[in-house]
Each structure stands twice: as C-alpha cells, then as structure tokens.
Design a protein around this ligand. Structure first.
Ligand code: PHE
Length: 340
C-alpha cells in the first residue's frame, strides 16, 4: 500500500500540465470520483487497523498534493490563458470593428451645431400629431387645398384622428404655446409623407426647422442667418438666393437656393446646369400663426425656415438615391466617419 502511495505521489509530481485539457486529464486521473486518490481511500478498509491512521494520513497528504498542483495550474492557466503553450506574439491582433454614425445623424448634428453657435436651442415633439399642431395652428384652414401640398398619413387614436407629422413646424407651435419670446429654437426630427418611394422621394425623411421670434425681427435677419448657415455648411464661397414662394404659415415666403458646391456654381448635372440647388423653405411667421399660439403679433415678429436633412446630406456627400439612407446596407454606411 505504501509503495503504491509513493508511486502515485511520483506520478502526480511528474504529470505535465501544459494547457486546460491536460489540467482536466490530471483532475480525472487523480481527483475525480474514479481517480487514483479516491481508489486509495476505498482500499483503506483492507489496511490492518493499527496502520489505518498512518496510511490514512499519507493518503490525505497525497490528496492535498494533487489538489494544490491542480489549483496552482488552474489559476495560472486562467490568468495567462495558456501561457505555457507556444504563443505566436507576431500574430496580428483581432481587429475590433468600429461602427460608424449614420450620415443623417452626422449631418443633423452638424446643422444643430451651426445653429447652436448663434444661440438656437433644440426642441422636440411627438411624431404622431393632432390636426391642430400639424395644420390648423399653422394657418391651414379645414379643407384648405394647401393641405394637399403635404400628402398626409392619418392614424386613428381612440376616437381621435391623428396624423403622422408632415413637418416639424408642429414642434414650433408647441414651443410658441408654452413659452413667450424671445424664442430661438430649431426642431430636428423625422417626418412622414404619403409618397411613392423612389430615388428622389420617400415616405419618411428628416427635417430641421428653425424659428426666431422677438421684437422687430426682420426679413434681413432671416436672410443673414441663412447665409451664415450656408457658409458654415458648404464653405466660405457659398452664396444663397431667395425666390418668392408660398407656405400657409409664412408671409412673405421664399425658397432658398445655395450655389452648387459640386461644380462651384459653374453648372453641372446635379444643379441641372443652373449653378443653384434648392435647399430650404422659409418666411416671416404669419401673424395668424403667432396669435393662434398666444403670442401678440402687434409686439412680436419672427422668421421660420425648414430644410430636409437628406437633401443637405445628398449635396454634402453626393448621394444620389434617397433610398440608400434607410436600406441599412453597410457598404454604404461604412463610408461615413465622424470626427467626434
Ligand atoms: N414646413 C415647411 C415644409 O415642411 C418648411 C418651412 C418651414 C417653410 C418654415 C417655411 C417656413 O415644407
């Protein structure tokens, strides 16, 4: 019995453990329920009584030895993941794939930053809107044909018919209802229109609308603000031009073109050889809109503007198909990297 114990002791000592697999074999061989140490305990019953104490002690020592060796290697292998194995330190590391920001998120942030620098705050509102905030308060009377300008998705909310907001002007109504001038805010957000999906139109897109209301705000302030925006967004050489237009909520209204940054206003496919690209709508807030939201139009005036983020992104990054923004094709998305 004693010689068997010495033999097992030797095998424990010489057992080579190089990796987790060896460690498991070691455990099974010596410490497992069918292992050699366990077997010795089983054999103890046949040892003459007067030797039982001494032999028992030897087996205990053996078990301690095996356990100690097992635990030492276990800690070591787990800490240094197979340090005892050959390890090729020249092997290239596994590259961590870094995600990228969506181009719409990049440009939205850029636009928000540009307006933040001149004191505009950011306001937010619901995407499912009531008729009042999306239309009526913005001077769209019921049945007014101007409602057709923005093909609307209607949804039923209980008894009430609601709309998926067609523009974020609805958020501006909410801001006017809950605060008094001076108001200087922009509302970025997703908007919905019932349009057939093509390279040039989509049933949802993103807008940033701006609103500035104070005493004696003029059309000149509007123009200067938009020129500042165009230069910050498209570069110092950018110019703007305003063309008369119509929106129910502004009077006078204008559409704004920016000089084509792709051909330097010389004329190309994108600007249809005109040198100009349309980027936004704007105007002086109609006094009816101010009054509907509880702002005294005799004291205050203001301007508003609204632009599509996809449109600005298209010009900035020369993306020619609107559908790319929502198809989640990573070959497209991976091309955009943020500097923040
Ligand atoms: N709300 C308009 C649109 O969605 C844009 C706009 C905003 C025009 C503010 C003028 C003033 O088309």
């Amino acid at each position: 019995m004693k010689s068997l114990i010495i033999e097992i002791n030797n095998s424990i000592e010489v057992f080579e453990i190089k990796n987790l697999q060896d460690l498991e074999s070691f455990r099974i061989a010596f410490l497992g329920s069918k292992g050699q140490v366990k077997a010795l305990y089983g054999a103890l019953k046949d040892v003459p009584n007067e030797q039982k104490k001494e032999v028992g002690q030897l087996i205990n020592n053996l078990r301690n030895l095996a356990e100690e060796k097992y635990n030492n290697f276990k800690d070591n292998l787990e800490d240094h993941t197979n340090l005892n194995q050959h390890f090729d330190f020249s092997r290239p590391g596994d590259v961590n794939e870094i995600g990228s920001h969506h181009p719409i998120a990049l440009v939205r942030k850029e636009i928000v930053d540009i307006f933040s620098r001149i004191g505009f705050s950011v306001s937010d509102g619901p995407e499912i809107e009531d008729d009042w905030h999306n239309f009526t308060a913005l001077n769209f009377p019921p049945e007014h044909p101007a409602r057709d300008m923005q093909d609307t998705f209607f949804v039923q909310k209980g008894e009430k018919e609601m709309a998926l907001r067609t523009h974020t002007s609805s958020v501006q109504v909410r801001v006017m209802e809950t605060s008094q001038p001076p108001i200087r805010t922009i509302s970025p957000g997703r908007v919905y229109r019932n349009e057939a999906i093509s390279a040039r139109a989509h049933c949802f897109f993103h807008q940033i609308e701006g609103l500035y209301i104070d005493k004696s705000v003029s059309f000149g302030d509007l123009k200067q603000t938009l020129l500042y925006f165009a230069k910050e967004m498209f570069g110092e050489q950018a110019q703007i031009r305003l063309r008369p237009s119509y929106f129910p909520f502004t009077e006078p209204s204008a559409e704004v073109d920016v000089s084509c940054s792709i051909c330097n206003a010389k004329g190309c496919n994108v600007c249809k050889h005109s040198g100009w690209l349309e980027i936004l709508g704007c105007g002086m807030v109609d006094p009816n809109v101010l009054e509907a939201a509880g702002i005294d139009a005799n004291i205050y005036s203001g301007f508003a503007f609204g632009m599509g983020v996809e449109r600005i992104t298209q010009l900035k990054y020369k993306v020619n198909d609107l559908r790319l923004y929502s198809e989640n094709d990573i070959r497209f998305l991976k091309q955009f990297r943020a500097s923040w």
